[in-house]
Design a protein around this ligand. Structure first.
Ligand code: F6P
Length: 548
């Protein structure tokens, strides 16, 4: 793999950016009455309107050429067929197999039919969820389970969290699902305070069963259970696990039949479709979980088969590259105009930043381009009263994805029309901005003096021409939520492929873990810290002093 900068399309895009620098999006709309239709595409229950971008036909044709020249077609096929595209860990990347159509029953990877394993795990989940919902699963004193606490972090937390929240209208009322992640004792303490040990079931979600935060919280939950009338033999009725490390889970006290498998071909941040999604399945039921998988599968099929010119993940990924590498955009904002989707930016942040926060090409050479942007965002309209000021008038270019359902699950008064109006007006304002002449006229019309106009008008100028995508769906359902998250997974892969990096390892996270263990040992012992930097020494001393 060579740097994408060596590709003709890259060089052509560099030149093209200069040609486009004076072009205003608003003029592109005036010149082409069909622009909105031309740059809208549907897939898996979603419509992407990408017409409000600093792009014309030539831009899109060069971006498509770039995607092709980077080997994206082969990369997609490699992923779906189980090639070891995670080259630094020598693994397949098969989250798509977790949601494969039931019409397909075989996918042999490294001599194993992974679909047989996926299906048997889904059956195991079905039984588990049914036992909880029909009250057959009893705690150690014979009482029915009322609360499930999922303990996990990173991908073993964020994906289930965003989906469980997004599907709030589909939740069953008979069992409450809680999620704990942070090693900060306040997280689990707050949750346990509300719970009864006789009627609570914990699911320890950890692919490795070796993650410090998760094990600390699992041990705290175990101690709490034992302190509150539980016994060692009762642990099997109150603890289950999702892990590829069965031995460690058994050593913890779980019954082997309550351990759900994970595989090394599923990355943590892509794992919500596996048994890591158990909290979702318990919250909304297995039928809705299957609908979620099916929605994601619809997006997979679209990604695999649609021409790049009509392919949502490819279009969104390529546009991201256009802004990051040719307009120096450092960040990308996700703004869902749906209260239940408010955690989505955090999940896509992990998905994208852990995947594409890389500085080496697949062959190990250093990259010559910027790679993954900072992903951020939050619920509209709340953000409008916080960070949108910077989107409109700040010095940085921030491409935005607006995400909105056409219908609300809670249609009260004119709330939804107001919410939707805000979504549309934000993308419109970002594009059209406000000229000095408009600002001056506005002030004059309001009765300002010439002196006031001269003083205030420049502050009211909004340059505009700021790009955004709008993603619309009829309603947030299990299927459309599944398709949306799969869209962002593939968008991440498209960008990683164009940059020539491995989107599926995460070696950078390891250094913090190793140093964290070393510092922890220093905090709890009388170690000689003189070889450490003076700042770290002083901070360790402050902690130790506070404990004494
Ligand atoms: O943050 C690093 C990471 O490895 C993620 O990729 C993963 O989702 C998370 O830690 C949790 O890992 P595990 O599921 O093994 O506990």
């Amino acid at each position: 793999m060579h740097s994408p900068t060596t590709l003709n399309a890259w060089q052509a895009l560099t030149q093209h950016q200069k040609d486009m620098s004076a072009v205003k999006m608003a003029s592109l709309f005036k010149e082409d009455a069909q622009r909105a239709q031309k740059y809208s595409v549907n897939a898996a229950g979603w419509t992407l309107d990408y017409s409000k971008n600093r792009a014309n036909e030539k831009t899109f044709s060069l971006l498509t050429e770039l995607a092709k020249a980077s080997g994206l077609e082969n990369a997609i096929e490699g992923m779906f067929s189980g090639a070891h595209i995670n080259n630094t860990e020598d693994r397949s990347v098969l989250h798509v197999a977790l949601r494969a159509s039931h019409a397909q029953d075989t996918l042999i990877v490294d001599g194993v039919n992974v679909l047989a394993e996926v299906r048997s795990t889904l059956k195991q989940m079905e039984q588990f969820v049914a036992q909880l919902h029909n009250g057959d699963w009893k705690g150690h004193t014979g009482k029915t389970i009322t609360d499930v606490v999922s303990i996990g972090i990173g991908g073993s937390y964020l994906g289930p969290k965003v989906v469980a929240e997004a599907l709030t209208p589909y939740k069953n009322d008979d069992i409450k699902v809680h999620l704990v992640a942070n090693i900060d004792g306040s997280d689990i303490t707050g949750k346990l305070k509300q719970l009864n040990a006789e009627t609570t079931l914990f699911i320890v979600s950890s692919k490795t069963f070796g993650t410090l935060e998760t094990l600390s919280n699992a041990n705290a939950a175990r101690d709490w259970f034992l302190r509150n009338g539980g016994s060692e033999s009762g642990i099997r009725q109150h603890f289950a696990a999702v892990s590829s490390n069965v031995k460690k889970a058994v050593d913890f006290g779980m019954a082997e039949e309550n351990i759900f498998p994970m595989w090394d071909w599923v990355g943590g941040r892509y794992s919500l479709w596996s048994a890591i999604g158990l909290p979702v399945a318990i919250a909304v039921g297995m039928d809705n979980f299957y609908a979620l998988l099916d929605g994601a599968h619809q997006m997979d099929e679209h990604f695999r088969s649609a021409p790049f010119e009509e392919n949502l993940p490819v279009i969104m990924g390529a546009l991201g590259v256009w802004y990051i590498n040719f307009h120096n955009a450092q960040t990308h904002a996700l703004i869902p105009y749906d209260h239940y989707l408010r955690a989505m930016p955090a999940h896509i942040q992990q998905l994208d930043m852990e995947s594409n926060g890389k500085a080496n090409l697949l062959n190990g050479d250093g990259v010559e381009t910027d790679t993954g942007p900072i992903i951020w965002g939050g619920a509209g309209t709340n953000g409008q009263h916080a960070y949108h000021q910077l989107l409109h008038q700040g010095t940085r270019l921030v491409p935005v994805d607006f995400i909105a359902p056409l219908a609300s699950h809670n249609p009260i008064g004119d709330h939804h029309a107001q919410l939707f109006a805000n979504c549309l007006s934000q993308s419109q304002a970002l594009m059209v901005g406000k000229t000095l002449e408009q600002a001056e006229k506005e002030l004059r019309d309001a009765g300002a003096t010439d002196e006031q106009v001269a003083k205030i008008a420049p502050h009211k100028v909004i340059k505009g021409n700021r790009p955004s995508n709008t993603l619309l769906t009829d309603k947030m359902t299990p299927a459309t939520v599944g398709a949306l998250i799969a869209l962002y997974e593939h968008r991440t892969f498209v960008q990683g492929t164009i940059w020539g990096i491995n989107s599926f390892d995460q070696w950078g996270v390891e250094l913090g873990k190793v140093l964290g263990t070393d510092i922890f040992n220093r905090l709890v012992s009388d170690s000689d810290n003189s070889a450490l930097d003076a700042s770290t020494q002083a901070l360790i001393d402050a902690f130790k002093k506070a404990q004494s």
